[in-house]
Design a protein around this ligand. Structure first.
Ligand SMILES: C[S@@+](CC[C@H](N)C(=O)[O-])C[C@H]1O[C@@H](n2cnc3c(N)ncnc32)[C@H](O)[C@@H]1O
Length: 357
């Protein structure tokens, strides 16, 4: 993987050692006061959601490697180790250098955890390189961590003023600044409509183009708020959907999910388990469809006269409906509100060949 070290104005990716990168204010750059980016052992790096429910999914596994494809603050990894430490080894993945830096503490505590820097969209390549074959579990806890969201200089939040960045890691090839200040009106409209599912995408795109150059996240949030009709402003922050859309595009989140999930289900050992926590309907739809397809049995095209796939069911659904957080969890951690957990088990008989057309 080639790391692209482009940086937002006033910030730079720094490498304290060869494997770790931190986004820090450049000398003479923007002066932000919202905390540091070291991420090391911060107690509030991220509050993991649906932790017990995730642990329940993986508990029946006997032994092997579980891949935590979105390591973040390592909350799920820690819980799985508490429940199953004698039986499993965890290979974490994260594309964010802050999460990798944060993982170093846990890697020092136990030899049962290894964390890889990379994009789970390249799952097969990452695991091949690390010599991991046939994991017994995969966990995807999608989206951004609280650490990323709360660091103004990362540019994810409409609540803080920071640079228009939104890259989860330096491997992303786009920044929010390029989208906001260079994309055409029609490209912006379609982005905000598709990935933000915003009814007034055209109005917002018009306002963005009219207010260029847009210089920061605070500026963008204000432009979007001003362009949003009063009647729609009551449903949460008016810029939430636009920020979501830009973030998805910058990080190519949906294509990474489609590829990563496909690799995970293919690589998963027979009777291995895959769990995905999604936070909006675009993510959840991808997971729901892929799991349903795997649980359907014969996957041959309908015009094929004879079944060529063996008719075997690839997956057994462990959650017919997505599991949602309890009211208590949402009260304690409001960011859990939109979380939806789906899980599936790979069939005993499934082989990599023959189960899918
Ligand atoms: C919601 S947080 C995960 C929190 C984690 N489960 C915990 O308990 O702390 C999502 C994490 O996944 C990472 N991430 C999102 N998409 C990714 C991708 N395509 N490849 C690798 N990491 C990704 C983000 O950088 C972030 O650190």
């Amino acid at each position: 993987m080639t790391l692209d070290h482009r940086q937002p104005p006033g910030y730079q990716w720094k490498a304290p050692d060869s494997a770790r990168f931190l986004l820090v204010p450049a000398p003479g750059g923007l002066t932000m006061t919202q905390g540091t980016s070291t991420g090391r052992d911060e107690p509030s790096f991220h509050e993991p959601v649906l932790v017990s429910e995730v642990a329940e999914v993986f508990k029946p596994l006997t032994s092997g490697v579980v891949v935590d494809a979105t390591f973040g603050g390592g909350g799920h990894t820690r819980r799985l180790l508490e429940e199953m430490a004698e039986r499993i080894r965890i290979v974490g993945i994260d594309r964010d250098p802050d999460a990798i830096a944060n993982a170093a503490g846990l890697e020092r505590e136990t030899d049962r955890v290894t964390v890889l820097t990379g994009n789970f969209g390249e799952m097969r390549h990452l695991l091949d390189r690390a010599g991991v074959t046939a994991p017994v579990g995969f966990l995807f806890d999608l989206g951004v961590s609280s650490h990323q969201f709360d660091q103004a200089e990362r540019g994810f939040s409409y609540r803080h003023d920071g640079p228009l960045d939104m890259r989860m890691g330096p491997d992303a090839t786009l920044t929010a600044d390029e989208i906001v200040n260079q994309w055409t009106r029609s490209e912006l409209t379609s982005l905000i409509r598709r990935f933000g599912e915003d009814k007034v995408a055209g109005r917002i795109a018009d306002a963005i183009v009219a207010n260029r150059p847009i210089t920061s996240t605070g500026h963008l949030a204000q432009v979007v708020a001003d362009a949003t009709p009063a009647a729609l402003r009551r449903r949460g922050h008016p810029a939430r959907r636009t920020f979501q859309a830009i973030r998805i595009a910058v990080n190519e989140e949906l294509s990474a999910l489609t590829r990563g999930l496909e690799d995970a289900l293919d690589l998963l050992a027979p009777q291995g388990r895959c769990a995905v926590i999604s936070y909006h309907s675009l993510e959840d739809r991808i997971v729901k469809r892929r799991f349903a397809e795997g649980a359907r049995g014969c996957t041959c095209p309908p015009d094929l006269p004879v079944c060529a796939c063996g008719g075997g069911q690839e997956l057994r659904l462990l959650t017919r409906r997505p599991i949602e957080p309890t009211a208590e969890e949402v009260a304690a951690n409001p960011r859990a509100r939109s979380a939806r957990l789906r899980a599936a088990e790979k069939s005993a008989a499934t082989t990599t060949e023959g189960s899918r057309p």
